[in-house]
Design a protein around this ligand. Sequence first.
Ligand code: S5P
Length: 274
Amino acid sequence: MVLSENLEKRRLSYNERAKLTSNKLAIRLFNLMEEKQSNLALANDITDTKKFLELTEKVADEIIVLKTHIDILEDFNMDIINKIEELANKHKFLIFEDRKFADIGNTVKLQYSSGIYKISKWAHIVNAHSLVGDGLIEGLKECIKDSEDSRGCLLLAQMSSSNNLIDKKYTLRTIEFAEKYQDFVIGFIGNGSNPKELKKLASLAKPNFLIFTPGINISDTGKLGQNYATPQKAIKSGSDIIIVGSGIYKSEDPLKSAKEYRKLGWKAYIKRTK
Ligand code: S5P
């Protein structure tokens, strides 16, 4: 049966999963995880630019993805992007701007490529709400036609926040969009805080798609509607990349915490492949 077949194939190693897709960015990410032996993404939600860069540099060797909310930085300028790119090249991680696009195709096209952030120039990965329909995906795709570096998008198939309005039908329709645009959509945001729900996504989504999961914390219970589970539970339930924010940046020793999340995530992945 297809559902369990998807789950079974998700137990393959990242290198083997890379062979199931022709999307260059997905292949790069699968192989990078194996090379760095990490499936950890840092959600760097620090608003002070200097501290944001310091944290990024400190944990750069532990992560394979840096997730940004570029619009929360207090004193943004393009030099910050140059510095992030330098760190990304030196320490080998990809940049994921968590922009959660949610508008008509023409508007997201402008939001992706223009304004002060010019996201399409530097973010390897962006994400988008499927709510709007696939015109949004077409709009985003138009911006990266001539891009030298590879670009990809994650669709929000689930969320980690309490009482969100995403139901199973929405998740299914989101997966259909991803299948239609496999040249650009590399995977999904899944709900890391709810293993049961996450496992549903992992069984429905083909194993060429990566599942990124926020809602990961080993010591907090969440606030303002956020929910958490452990890296082990998320990876066991089908997550490929754990997104950790405050668990690292609010820690007294962010490097130690990043190492710990990395170790937990990687060990759970190795266990899954056996
Ligand atoms: O459903 C979601 C989707 C995302 S991308 N729930 C989330 O929490 N996120 C993002 O992940 C959120 O915007 C934040 O940057 C990060 C979680 O941060 P933490 O501090 O709760 O680990």
